[in-house]
Design a protein around this ligand. Structure first.
Ligand SMILES: Nc1ncnc2c1ncn2[C@@H]1O[C@H](COP(=O)(O)OP(=O)(O)OP(=O)(O)O)[C@@H](O)[C@H]1O
Length: 299
């Protein structure tokens, strides 16, 4: 087998020398050819990964990092036959958790040798690929603060920014149209566009999500009194968010959201520099080949 490992040297605030050693040893033992690309965190990464995919015959491209690295690699493989594999070494690793992949890097490597390819849905949001979750509003603001911070990475960094911003955050206005039905307007704390179930922090925003059902969910958390926040946080942790009268989950294959107040926007844990005026969202059914555990984890 010939593999390309795309390694993010900074993801999760974890040094990668040990993991790269593990990968080299694994490939030597299995007699696999391993090429490496170390990301630089610039626009160039996309072109370099793309160039390598087109100029070689790889059996899989392995993202070694968090959800941002998975998105960087995965979006190049949409509609192709070469599968994505994931060695989860980010802060959250939301997609790999949702797909039931091992979180231990050595076990994650074993998934590659089992070579069980399945196809999962992806989303197109204003033509940008989303593999896991995108959102408008509070979470996107926290993701943005997280990335601005040089020192506070990992789950504790996320929690710190969440606590700091919560009390002063004001819900934003959105107009939403689902499957060409009549549109409705509301004020929301956040609107999540979900192909997956839970954020990497294990907050379960979308209990209904299945990665290959040809649908995505709009998970709307309406404006709520600040004193209700602890209860909502508990419901998110406890897989009970749909019990909240402030939460609405809508399954669909196409939707449009007007971002009236230009709320922050993020895709797969990456803040988008320009907050869009509107989002046009489509499902791309079973568009991404991915190596996952042979045990049935997909519905
Ligand atoms: N060499 C580098 N130096 C600085 N930043 C980098 C470098 N390589 C990649 N990046 C940045 O890393 C980010 C992606 O990180 P990634 O999502 O993989 O890990 P994470 O944020 O720790 O985890 P998660 O998204 O799962 O919470 C991107 O913003 C990318 O620009």
């Amino acid at each position: 087998m010939r593999l390309l490992f795309v390694v993010n040297p900074i993801s999760g605030g974890i040094a990668k020398a040990d993991i790269v050693d593990k990968i080299r040893t694994f490939c030597l033992q299995k007699i696999y050819n391993a090429d490496f690309y170390f990301t630089e965190g610039t626009e160039q990464d996309k072109f370099e990964v793309n160039r390598r995919i087109w100029s070689n015959t790889y059996d899989a491209i392995v993202a070694v990092g968090g959800d941002g690295t998975v998105n960087l690699v995965g979006k190049q493989l949409i509609g192709k036959k070469i599968p994505l594999a994931i060695v989860p070494v980010g802060s959250g690793n939301g997609l790999s958790k949702d797909l039931g992949l091992p979180q231990d890097p050595a076990e994650a490597l074993e998934i590659i040798s089992k070579y069980n390819v399945q196809r999962v849905d992806t989303l197109s949001v204003n033509d940008a690929p989303v593999l896991h979750l995108a959102d408008l509003g509070f979470n996107a603001l926290i993701v943005s603060r997280f990335h601005e911070s040089e020192t506070l990475r990992g789950t504790s960094g996320y929690a710190w920014h969440l606590l700091r911003e919560y009390m002063t955050y004001e819900a934003a206005r959105y107009t939403i149209m689902v499957e060409n039905e009549a549109s409705f307007g509301l004020r929301a704390f956040m609107v999540t566009i979900a192909n997956g179930n839970a954020f990497g922090s294990n907050l379960r925003i979308n209990p209904y999500g299945k990665p290959n059902d040809g649908l995505f969910e709009l998970c709307i958390l309406e404006e709520f009194p600040k004193t209700t926040g602890v209860n909502i946080l508990y419901q998110l942790f406890d897989d009970g968010i749909t019990d909240s009268s402030y939460a609405h989950v809508i399954s669909c294959s196409h939707a449009r959201i007007v971002n009236v107040d230009n709320a922050d926007f993020q895709i797969d844990g990456e803040t988008q520099k320009h907050s869009p005026d509107f989002l046009d969202i489509y499902i791309r059914p079973e568009s991404l080949p991915i190596l996952i555990n042979p045990a049935p984890v997909l519905g």
